[in-house]
Write a protein that binds this ligand. Structure first.
Ligand code: SF4
Ligand code: SF4
Length: 395
């Protein structure tokens, strides 16, 4: 939700400064600074909106350091809409003229551009592991092994007695870097009797542009999605970051995380193979505080016979991925990532589930850097595998 300046001031006034959100704020826990807490940021936003203090670099640094994790929003007894406050502040008071976002726009907006980039990176990725050439493209090492871009069909018919129809949201990062999860999601939905529509004109959810303060770009992307998806079918997302952004800004469409949707389905047509293993679950903030449907992931995985499903210790804290945050605020992102890696090592996790591509990429880079042998998967990939799905075809 985007607020006007007067509405932003009214919403900020609803904060009674009780401080109950402070222990839930990852940046406040790290810096100990009131200005890096939700309460402090709300005071700063209001004071800048009222032109009581200057809109200067220090103000923007405190806003930039916010992860938009919305942990504070869940903790607030007064239901202050912190997510709307920080989104609106970034749009109205922290305008970005980011060169990197301008350069990235066509890749985010058009699948053809993104797929061209992925094809190029697929060629370059092996060089990143060469001792002589790795310095040329160090970022390529942070990416998962890239699959050839998929040509998605407009419709994947149900393979069991039909229960209904749904639309699938691809997402710019998911379709480029995690097409296996999308293919796994289609497999599970088809097996349960759902025909899956994949509208070809769909585009990025707009969350990264919004986080970067480019409200015009995020609205243009939302408008394109609004006209691409049928409003009478549920839109299912596999990346909770996209899901939270779409659900907040496309209220006329029924946007649902795929795990929450699957929990409401009839499973009598399928048999799930047992998996006698512990599965740790990392709750993405966008699923926990945005879509508020993280419990569905735990419940879904508990459908796997013999699996022991456990929350990853420290699940209340953001991993630091947070969209583009892992790139724009690398120091804080790394501190938060290290906390997760410690939790993974202490719990001796071997199998970890997460429902957001941003968390997945961030965690995977840390696991690879520290050589921690953990298999990281989307929960729907785990379910699909136990239903006999043999993996993503890399044509
Ligand atoms: S959104 Fe997260 S990082 Fe930002 S103020 Fe709230 S708890 Fe802190
Ligand atoms: S918990 Fe809510 S009302 Fe209390 S300080 Fe935080 S944002 Fe303000």
């Amino acid at each position: 939700m985007n607020l006007s300046i007067p509405d932003l001031i009214v919403e900020a006034d609803r904060c009674v400064a009780c401080g109950l959100c402070l222990p839930h704020c990852p940046t406040y826990r790290k810096t100990g600074s009131e200005a890096d807490s939700p309460r402090g940021r709300i005071q700063l936003m209001r004071a800048v909106a009222q032109e009581i203090i200057p809109n200067n670099t220090r103000f923007r640094q405190h806003i930039d350091l916010c992860l938009s994790c919305r942990s504070c929003e869940s903790a607030c007894p007064n239901n202050v809409a912190y997510g709307a406050l920080v989104d609106s502040t970034r749009a109205l008071l922290v305008p970005k003229k980011s060169l990197s976002l301008s350069l990235a726009k066509p890749f985010i907006r058009y699948r053809k551009w993104m797929n061209g980039l992925i094809r190029l990176l697929r060629l370059l990725q092996p060089l990143a592991y060469s001792p002589w050439l790795s310095y040329l493209i160090p970022a390529a090492k942070l990416l998962p092994k890239l699959n050839k871009p998929v040509r998605w069909q407009a419709l994947y018919p149900a393979t069991a007695s039909k229960q209904g129809e749904v639309s699938l949201f691809l997402g710019c990062a998911s379709q480029a870097l995690d097409s296996a999860t999308l293919a796994a999601g289609i497999h599970v939905l088809n097996a349960l009797g759902f025909a899956v529509h994949v509208p070809p004109q769909q585009t990025c959810c707009g969350s990264i542009a919004r986080q970067m303060g480019d409200v015009a770009e995020s609205q243009a992307l939302l408008a394109r999605n609004r006209s691409s998806f049928a409003s009478d079918l549920p839109i299912l997302t596999v990346a909770s970051g996209c899901g939270a952004g779409l659900a907040d800004y496309l209220p006329s469409h029924q946007v649902q995380d795929i795990s929450a949707f699957l929990m409401g389905c009839d499973w009598s047509q399928v048999t799930i193979k047992p998996l006698p293993q512990r599965i740790f679950v990392q709750d993405p903030c966008s699923l926990k505080h945005g879509q508020k449907s993280h419990a569905a992931v735990h419940a879904l995985l508990k459908k796997i016979p013999q699996a022991e499903v456990l929350p990853l210790p420290g699940n209340g804290q953001c991993c630091g991925g947070a969209g583009a945050y892992m790139l724009t605020q690398a120091d804080m992102a790394k501190q938060l990532l290290n906390d997760k890696l410690e939790a993974i090592k202490t719990s001796q996790a071997a199998l970890l589930a997460t429902s957001n591509i941003g968390c997945s990429l961030h965690l995977a880079s840390g696991l690879a850097a520290q050589k921690i042998p953990v298999k990281l998967m989307h929960p729907v990939q785990m379910i699909a595998t136990q239903l006999g799905w043999t993996g993503h075809e890399d044509k």
